[in-house]
Ligand binder design. Structure first.
Ligand code: NDP
Length: 451
């Protein structure tokens, strides 16, 4: 039961309790606040959700597993890292969510990601619960053999906690095709079974077409739907994109295919500004640079003789559309004000929670079309869900079929945002995505009784 007479009192009391139980976990507080601020008004006059303490239960993970990962580097030194899996909620399907390898990964970040994943997976309409995992391992500068040994050691413990009907991990920051292959190989060896226990696998061993592209393509489809709904098109628009990893690359590819022009990409070293646009040929250079050579984005500036701005995000570059696709909290209130001042029309979040709370407020105040990550980047997990279906049926759909399904799922997510987020004739996409994702999970939790 929520404590307090007004919505604001209930929100304040709820957040106080959450912060007390999860001290110092600022990213987790931020993600929960963004959801609670729209869900508490929604359940205020719905005693069925209040009496069953649904929001309290939905903000406490089912379980958190933490473990030591020991491996040997190329010089024969023994190295130790910490691995995690946050199994947040399996009310509507097996736990599902990515694995992140990043040197400063914290439990707070994983808890926010697992919580968001639960609502996002619900929005896709597919039967998947929410989870997230990873390790404070930095793959940068490591040899292939070191990455292989780390992935094998990580999976040796993780394999006890996952399974095709239990928990199905995928990739995320620092975990791409190479890492998924090493981890899946080790699982197969330990379990002596070939099952769809991970998604994002190679095509030769149960992977799905379109999975690699899905998150970026989905973020652009969401943008296309938002623009269309408001009488605009993507064609001829100038876009800024941050990041140069999986999500960013395929965001750039789809914007370009649909007639837009992307003028920036970035990594943690800074951003490049290419006023002529990052065309197919230049994007091929980036894919090779990032996926094969594992180099830095500054090398693009040298290759194509364009500007490189060290240690900055690309938000001061004038644009019509913005796609933050690197990491959490990469776009602050000041960046949002700059985008608005420069005439930006719409933002679609490819990364998870890339906009700080002040930035979200600024976009909403200025009535910028703003698709929050749980809606905008759901395409990746949606195709992961389709990969699970294909693995269970032991068949593979064609690229066209999968792209059509992805397109339809993104349209359905947009419709849910419109259905639950319309207020005074305008669409609050954040509210719509939160409520749309919440209802199905909440109804399942209610149906199970108190467990
Ligand atoms: P990648 O590892 O492929 O790429 C991450 C990109 O972000 C790199 O360019 C990286 O630069 C940059 N980056 C990472 N940390 C920082 C930082 N602190 N400051 C600036 N740049 C940074 O990851 P993905 O593309 O897979 O993931 C990007 C985002 O999208 C994440 O928020 C992830 O959770 C989200 N996402 C991913 C999905 C997927 O299918 N892969 C699905 C849904 C969401 P550098 O190389 O210098 O570190």
């Amino acid at each position: 039961m929520m404590i307090g007479n007004t919505v604001q009192e209930q929100l304040d009391n709820f957040m106080q309790g959450l912060k007390r139980r999860n001290q110092g976990q600022t990213e987790f507080h931020q993600a929960v606040y963004e959801v609670a601020a729209t869900i508490i008004p929604y359940i205020y006059d719905k005693p069925i959700y209040q009496e069953a303490a649904i929001l309290e239960r939905l903000t406490e993970p089912d379980r958190i597993i933490s473990f030591r990962v020991c491996w040997e580097d190329d010089q024969g030194n023994v190295r130790t890292n910490r691995g995690y899996r946050v199994q947040h909620c399996n009310a509507i399907g097996p736990y599902k969510g990515g694995i992140r390898f990043h040197h400063d990964l914290s439990l707070s970040v994983l808890k926010f990601l697992a919580f968001e994943q639960t609502l996002k997976n619900s929005l896709t309409g597919l039967p998947m619960g929410g989870a997230k995992g990873g390790a404070d391992f930095n793959p940068k500068g490591k040899s292939d053999r070191e990455v292989m040994r780390f992935c094998q050691a990580f999976m040796t413990e993780l394999s006890r906690h996952i399974g095709p009907f239990t928990d199905v991990p995928a990739g995320d920051i620092g975990v791409g095709a190479r890492e998924i292959s090493y981890m899946f190989g080790q699982f197969k060896r330990i379990a002596n079974e070939f099952t769809g226990v991970m998604t994002g696998k190679g095509l030769a061993f149960g992977g799905s077409l379109i999975r690699t592209e899905a998150t970026g393509y989905g973020a652009v489809y969401m943008m296309e739907d938002m623009l269309k709904h408001h009488g605009h098109t993507l064609e001829g628009k100038t876009a800024v994109v941050s990041g140069s990893g999986n999500v960013a690359e395929y965001t750039v590819e789809k914007v370009t295919q649909l007639g837009g022009k992307v003028v920036t990409m970035s990594d943690s070293g800074g951003f490049i500004y290419d006023p002529d646009g990052i065309n197919e040929e230049k994007l091929a250079f980036i894919k090779e640079l990032k996926q094969v050579k594992r180099g830095r984005i500054s090398e693009y500036a040298k290759e194509f003789e364009v500007e490189f701005h060290a240690k900055q995000g690309p938000w001061a570059v004038p644009c019509d559309l913005a796609f933050p696709c690197a990491t959490q909290n990469e776009l602050n209130g000041q960046d949002a004000e700059t985008l608005i001042k420069n005439g930006c029309l719409a933002v679609s979040e490819g990364a998870n929670m890339p906009t700080e709370q002040e930035g979200v407020k600024a976009f909403q105040k200025a009535k910028i079309l703003f698709a929050p990550s749980k809606a905008a980047n759901a395409g990746g997990v949606a195709v992961s869900g389709l990969e699970m279906t294909q693995n269970s049926m032991r068949l593979s759909w064609s690229r066209e079929e999968l792209d059509q399904r992805l397109r339809q799922i993104m349209m359905d997510i947009h419709s849910q945002c419109v259905e639950y987020g319309t207020e005074n004739g305008e669409i609050n996409y954040l509210k719509g995505a939160n409520i749309g994702g919440f209802i199905k999970v909440a109804d399942a939790i209610l149906a199970y009784g108190i467990i």
